[in-house]
Design a protein around this ligand. Structure first.
Ligand code: UDP
Length: 551
């Protein structure tokens, strides 16, 4: 495949003249460097200086124009990991007149998305930090289409998962290293810089211990749409599609061929009794058990297997990101080595339990120290501890629970997470059975509706005074406009009543469209009343405009 950037598709002299006359133009979204993506005309890059260059002319544009706040700390994050100081983007400035004294620019005609991959060696990071954010950044800007060119500026080589990045567009992505080959000064005709962070669900513990992002903005729906596009590009057909296409995956056999997938790691964090585990599972569930591993087969073939599985079982680790390809209703079972608390390492639990992922998540933890194999003599990054002081080694060996810690080099965490485990079958089965009790019974569960109610309409109040200390307040309203087009299992209304000037309120949940309140209602008092609709217990609608009701 040719990596040549065709200079024929643009008129070189027109482009050069435009750059000289108009300089660079930048318009960004986002108030902060952490939520900013910028679009540029004629952003240039000096491969000698390894710096991006903004050329000023009379008609150049720089929005936001931050002055030197552009360096506090940066214009934007080049990866989807928030505010990481190795991932900042900025540019140098020059007057366009300086072009006369510079090497002749080479123009990149493609619409380009410029970003940093965060950790392209690790499959979880590849999906969570790069592929899904790039996919949805491309959805946000319609000229980032199938013809777009991705440019990875983190400076790494292709890495083991480059084929996945290739699926994002029809053009071969460029690495920072390769920019040199094009020339000393490269100018991107049209480019976007930075990634949307809207889809990320996990923070890795740089400033506080790792955990789900505080403000998650993604649902399983977006993850599943990404997965389905990616599976198409990998030429994977799912059982659902075969049925839709008139096939009979279920029809002929009467019952779908259900199976369990065990994700195996072959170098670190091993399950020591895989064979025993497989036999147990097969017996317990009367299903076939299939083993997959990143080391032994291609990712597309693994995804093909996972996309039809009823259950995925794996040690904690990056390979579990493939659970995003499981069908709805499947079970994810994550195993944790001794002294590692499943509640504190939840990238896969958070994914599985995203609204609309419709996966059932269960975790198991080795609580038997005699069933763990430690590796104190390994290098530090595989959990070795022999380089530490004797006392520290002894403290770690005596500890039965890794305390909360920050990323990324905590030796106690690495020591424990790189243990191999002999899975205790009785306790594993018990956890699994217990976990399965709460699994929704639907065979292949349908996506739950996420349609929210509209506002209730025509809210009204009527009041009457009974005696000097008794009064009544009747509130009524009409159903939300969208309800008449919907089949909703349960429709309820919530009414809040607040005496004017007080800072507490009384909440009520009602099945009907009107109600007369008499308890705690005083004569000659003004009440503020809010009404909203609730579908199926947890889909809240907006409140209607507040009613002022004077008794
Ligand atoms: N990996 C693997 N088999 C192994 C060990 C690692 O396939 O025995 C993969 C793993 O899934 C990940 C990468 O190698 O994509 C790095 O693994 P590491 O243990 O460093 O990260 P983790 O899995 O803890 O995120």
């Amino acid at each position: 495949q040719s990596q040549e950037i065709s200079q024929a598709r643009i008129d070189y002299h027109v482009a050069l003249q435009a750059l000289q006359e108009h300089g660079t133009r930048m318009v960004c979204t986002g108030k902060m460097h952490t939520d900013r993506v910028c679009r540029f005309d004629y952003l240039c890059y000096s491969s000698e200086a390894e710096e991006f260059v903004f050329f000023h002319s009379n008609s150049s544009v720089m929005l936001p124009n931050l002055g030197s706040r552009r360096f506090q700390p940066a214009l934007l994050d080049l990866s989807s990991v928030e505010d990481h100081n190795t991932q900042y983007f900025n540019f140098l400035e020059l007057p366009a007149a300086a072009l006369k004294f510079m090497p002749k620019p080479v123009f990149v005609p493609d619409v380009t998305l410029i970003l940093n991959r965060f950790n392209p060696d690790n499959l979880m990071h590849v999906f969570h930090d790069d592929l899904i954010p790039a996919f949805y950044t491309m959805k946000q800007y319609s000229d980032l289409d199938d013809e777009a060119r991705l440019v990875f500026m983190e400076g790494w080589g292709e890495g083991p998962h480059f084929d996945l990045y290739r699926l994002l567009s029809s053009k071969q992505p460029l690495l920072k290293e390769q920019l040199k080959n094009f020339g000393k000064l490269i100018c991107f005709t049209k480019s976007y810089v930075g990634l949307s962070k809207m889809t990320t669900w996990y923070q890795y513990g740089f400033v506080q211990p790792q955990g789900p992002k505080a403000n998650m903005l993604v649902s399983g729906n977006e993850i599943r749409q990404f997965a389905s596009v990616l599976m198409d590009k990998m030429n994977i057909t799912t059982v659902e599609e075969m049925e839709k296409d008139g096939g009979s995956a279920e029809g002929q056999k009467g019952k779908k061929d259900e199976y369990i997938v065990l994700f195996s790691r072959s170098t670190t964090r091993l399950i020591l009794n895989e064979a025993e585990l497989i036999m147990t599972l097969a017996q317990e569930f009367q299903m076939r058990v299939v083993t997959v591993s990143l080391e032994e087969q291609s990712l597309p073939s693994t995804v093909q297997v996972i996309s039809g599985a009823s259950m995925l079982i794996s040690m904690h680790g990056a390979q579990l990101i493939t659970s995003l390809f499981l069908p709805r209703g499947a079970v994810v079972v994550e195993l944790f080595p001794f002294a590692v608390n499943p509640e504190q390492y939840t990238p896969y639990k958070t994914l599985a339990t995203l609204q609309g992922m419709d996966l059932h998540y269960v975790s198991w933890r080795n609580t038997k120290e005699e069933n763990t194999i430690t590796h104190p003599d390994k290098p530090w990054d595989q959990g070795g501890i022999v380089h530490l002081e004797k006392e520290e080694q002894e403290r770690i060996l005596a500890s039965k629970d890794v305390p909360r810690h920050l990323c990324c080099r905590n030796p106690e965490w690495l020591f424990r997470i790189y243990q191999d485990t002999l899975v205790d079958i009785p306790s594993f089965l018990e956890v699994l059975k217990e976990g399965m009790k709460t699994k929704p019974s639907v065979k292949r569960s349908k996506p739950a509706s996420t349609v929210h109610p509209g506002r209730v309409r025509e809210p009204q109040c009527q009041t009457s005074v009974q005696t000097t200390n008794e009064a009544k307040l009747t509130v009524s309203w009409q159903i939300p406009w969208n309800l008449k087009y919907l089949k909703v299992r349960e429709v309820k209304y919530e009414v809040w009543i607040q005496e004017q000037g007080e800072n507490t309120y009384m909440p009520y949940i009602l099945p009907q469209q009107n109600y007369t309140f008499s308890e705690n209602i005083k004569p000659f008092t003004t009440y503020l009343v809010w009404v909203r609709c609730i579908f199926n217990k947890n889909l809240l609608g907006p409140f209607a405009d507040v009613l002022m009701c004077r008794t």
